[in-house]
Design a protein around this ligand. Structure first.
Ligand SMILES: [Zn+2]
Length: 461
């Protein structure tokens, strides 16, 4: 890694980040450049100033919703609340929660009557039903800006070479020739994570080595899967100048973080968010998961929908302040997390989200009805070095299948140990079937899920 190639590359990045991408964004009618610059200042404001900004943004959003969004016109009338009644963020609690069911039932009346050029999204949803919703240009601009700001925390700018390992059908569906040209100019390469056979993994490693990206972006399960493969094959990947692996869309487990960081010789940054809820939080180099507080108000609620104090775990509910065209106000994410009162060592005033405990779909249900995180089962298998990969499928309350890949087979003692350990957590009459397989196929979304439960967990309704 000599000096001059890096420097030449920096000139190119500066040109893309400062000229080409801003032009592209202007052409698309996005304000992301301006929004990012504003956000790079506001991240250093005090927490009090940031809350004040959120309150102003909230009043604007609600006033706009009252003037233009039929669903909210009716709602404000029925709860007897006016946008100007918002004196503090706590007043938001006077409005009901929004969930996927309500969005499905009110898709048309949730659109602002003056909204133009909305983009329709359809989350595939590896679990549950798909959700259709709309996003306007204001929100697209803010979402782009939030992600852009966060990668710059790690020294990565738009225009730096990046490899995106992604399997979402939405993203791939949008791949057309123009988009390919754009990606080429932005030096962004998409590797579809649908299928990860040995041959594909060889190709991934070769592509990463050839393109020498400054950033990897993808699911933690997919990146750690690739990393494990590189290790097994003895392919060195830690010498190519990767700055950071940004992971998102799934819970990031500690051993995945270690694996990805060690194999690629880079930092690992966690991002939390989704197309529907927005880019809620990103990790900074000091380790804080900073909420994109200029755009998103986060509340934590209990099972009855009551707001919990900071420090207590509950469902994450978001209000997206840039979502006037199709408002997301008090939207239930189905994820579990904790708000933190601490200030981050980096000095940014953006509040912190701690312990994102994953989707309710990461949970399994014991025979007696106890809901437990899939980790309880995952740990049993992770502790066994002979197991290379696995997937747990809870078919019913009474029957769980475990797919296992081993290097040299599983002996009877191992198998009995696994069955006994699973029964001790799920219930002693649960049938546990171990199936040795040669590889674990990815989900349709391209993610590798360690635990899939087909038993309905009441938390997400
Ligand atoms: Zn920080």
């Amino acid at each position: 890694m000599g000096d001059s190639p890096r420097r030449r590359s920096d000139y190119y990045t500066a040109w893309v980040s400062g000229m080409l991408f801003p032009l592209h964004e202007r052409f698309k009618g996005h304000a992301s450049v301006k929004v990012r610059k504003t956000m790079e200042r506001s991240q250093w404001l005090s927490p009090e100033q940031i809350v004040q900004g959120q309150l102003d943004g909230l009043r604007q959003l609600l006033s706009h919703a009252q003037a233009h969004v039929p669903y909210y016109q009716k709602l404000f009338d029925s709860v007897g609340l006016a946008p100007n009644d918002m004196r503090s963020l706590q007043d938001l609690q006077g409005l009901p929660l929004l969930d996927k069911e309500k969005i499905r039932a009110n898709l048309d009346t949730l659109r602002a009557d003056n909204a133009r050029n909305l983009t329709r999204f359809n989350t595939g949803g590896s679990s549950g039903e798909p959700l259709v919703f709309y996003i306007g240009k204001e929100r697209v601009s803010h979402d782009i800006a939030a992600k852009w700001r966060a990668t710059r925390w790690w020294g990565v700018d738009i225009g730096d070479p990046e490899i995106v390992i992604w399997g979402s059908p939405i993203e791939l569906g949008a791949q057309d020739r123009l988009r390919s040209l754009r990606d080429y100019l932005l030096r962004s390469k998409l590797l579809p994570a649908f299928e990860m056979s040995g041959q594909k993994l060889e190709h991934f490693l070769a592509t990463i080595r050839r393109l020498r990206p400054r950033m990897l972006f993808g699911y933690p399960s997919a990146l750690s899967h690739i990393a494990q493969y590189a290790d097994r094959k003895g392919v060195e990947m830690n010498d190519i100048g990767i700055q950071v692996a940004f992971v998102t869309s799934e819970r990031l487990y500690d051993d995945q973080r270690r694996q990805i960081g060690a194999t690629f010789g880079c930092s690992v940054a966690n991002g939390y968010g989704s197309r529907d809820a927005g880019f809620i939080a990103h990790e900074c180099p000091a380790g804080g998961m900073h909420i994109t507080a200029e755009d998103i108000i986060v509340e934590i609620i209990d099972a009855e929908g009551r707001v919990l104090p900071h420090g207590e775990a509950g469902e994450i509910v978001v209000t997206h302040l840039a979502s006037g065209d199709f408002p997301f106000i008090r939207y239930r994410t189905g994820d579990v997390g904790v708000l933190d009162d601490k200030r981050c060592a980096c000095g940014r005033g953006l509040p912190l989200l701690r312990e994102i405990q994953g989707r309710s779909t990461d949970f399994v249900v014991a025979q007696d009805g106890t809901i437990m995180h899939g980790l309880a089962l995952i740990y049993i298998l992770r502790d066994m070095p002979q197991i290379r990969a696995f997937k747990i499928v809870q078919e019913t309350l009474d029957f769980t299948r475990i797919l296992i890949v081993t290097a040299s087979g599983l002996d009877q003692a191992d198998a009995s140990h696994i069955v006994a350990a699973f029964q001790s957590r799920l219930g002693k009459h649960v049938a546990v079937k171990i199936e040795e397989v040669s590889e674990i196929p990815a989900e349709k979304s391209g993610k590798f899920r360690y635990v899939v439960s087909k038993v309905t967990v009441p938390a997400e309704q």
